[in-house]
Write a protein that binds this ligand. Structure first.
Ligand code: UDP
Length: 363
């Protein structure tokens, strides 16, 4: 079986690393498998792309479609045009997509229109929020995918309610957590650690990049100035996403505790998260990682497609208004962390299960 693996953006790179590793292990054991890795070029900054390939030992992509930035539609269209050509030149049996970025949806549509089977890893998660580009990507992708791999039983239920064939929906666990477990022993203290006076538990990590939080400059400034008040003597380390940085521009902020740093590579970032007091974020992936690491997480969104991070894990959904964050955070400071565990099958073996299951299918 020939598999074309698609990756376009930072969270994709983190998800494909263990899948490629599982394929290579099966190849060594003699399984009839080969793969071709296609980078769509959706993320192209070194610190959102190349660093992850190097740190996670992901092989150099066989093709880079170099689509770069653009509006939602321009980017999606450019990926489609380039990926169609890629598949014409390099026929394949199966296209494997991960996550919920534009590359995920665009490549799924192209493959299905060429009668090529598609498998979606991290299928079925739903926020119910149609203002999120990712939610549209998830729904479109899952409506035409052939084989689904899910991170939770609620994602499986969503797919079946949506009309997916239950025989093609497989609850296998979480590939992002595979990467976490495979690299935990390599998490690396950043070079600025001592100079900034960082110690285990004496700082907060902040990440923000969702349009609802960052696209409107005044509300972003208001949010950051509100978050700054929560520090209580702790530094707030903020690896600023290029998207957020572009919106703030040269704006001067009245913050005293937030330390702006460049987006971090995976090994430094995970070291920072694993040793932090709390994390404040609007990322979905980070709410999964903090759940596994047992770090309290405050998600600045009105909904989440990852409900198990709240019901089982350490995540608190606090909306996008700073007042609610302050209220929830203050209760947490008074009562301590809620009792939390690790969701079922988030055990580091999801990728192996995926490849095992694909090998049993007649593709
Ligand atoms: N991440 C990283 N460096 C950073 C910020 C995030 O390595 O400076 C990692 C993080 O550990 C997580 C992933 O990037 O695995 C999440 O990416 P992002 O927030 O862009 O995507 P989302 O989870 O919102 O889809």
């Amino acid at each position: 079986m020939k598999i074309t693996i698609v990756a376009g953006a930072r969270p994709n790179f983190i998800k494909i690393a263990p899948i490629i590793r599982a394929i290579e292990q099966k190849q060594k054991a003699g399984a009839p498998l080969s793969y071709r890795l296609v980078h769509t070029g959706q993320h192209y900054d070194k610190n959102l792309s190349d660093t992850f390939f190097e740190e996670l030992n992901i092989p150099k992509p066989n093709a880079n479609l170099e689509v770069k930035s653009g509006s939602q539609s321009v980017q999606t269209a450019n990926i489609m045009v380039a990926f169609e050509q890629e598949l014409l030149e390099n026929p394949t049996d199966l296209v494997l997509v991960v996550g919920d970025v534009n590359s995920t949806m665009a490549c799924t549509i192209v493959a299905k229109k060429m009668n090529i089977k598609v498998t979606h890893v991290e299928a079925g998660i739903r926020s119910g929020d149609m203002t999120m580009p990712e939610e549209i990507n998830r729904i479109v992708t899952d409506s035409i995918t052939d084989y689904f791999f899910t991170t939770s039983t609620s994602a499986t239920d969503n797919l079946i309610r949506f009309g997916a064939n239950p025989e093609q929906v497989h609850f296998v666990g979480n590939v992002m957590i595979d990467t976490l477990y495979q690299n935990q022993h390599r998490f690396e203290q950043p070079t600025f650690w001592s100079d900034m006076g960082l110690e285990k538990g004496n700082y907060i990590i902040l990440t923000l990049h969702r349009p609802a939080n960052v696209d409107e400059e005044d509300s972003l400034v208001n949010l950051l100035e509100g978050i700054d008040q929560l520090a209580q003597g702790k530094k707030i380390i903020f690896p600023i996403h290029p998207r957020t940085k572009a919106i703030l521009g040269e704006r001067q902020l009245k913050t005293k505790n937030i330390v702006f740093i460049e987006p971090q590579g995976y090994l430094n970032f995970m070291y920072l998260v694993a040793n932090s007091f709390t994390v404040i974020t609007d990322s979905g992936g980070i709410s999964e990682e903090t759940t596994v690491l047992g770090i309290p997480c405050f998600t600045l969104r009105n909904n989440t497609e990852r409900p198990e991070t709240i019901s089982v894990g350490t995540n608190h959904l606090v909306g996008t208004r700073v007042e609610k964050l302050v209220e929830t955070y203050t209760t947490f400071l008074q009562n301590g962390m809620k009792k939390a565990g690790i969701p079922d099958l988030w055990d580091g073996k999801a990728s192996e299960r995926i490849i095992e299951i694909l090998l049993q299918k007649e593709i």
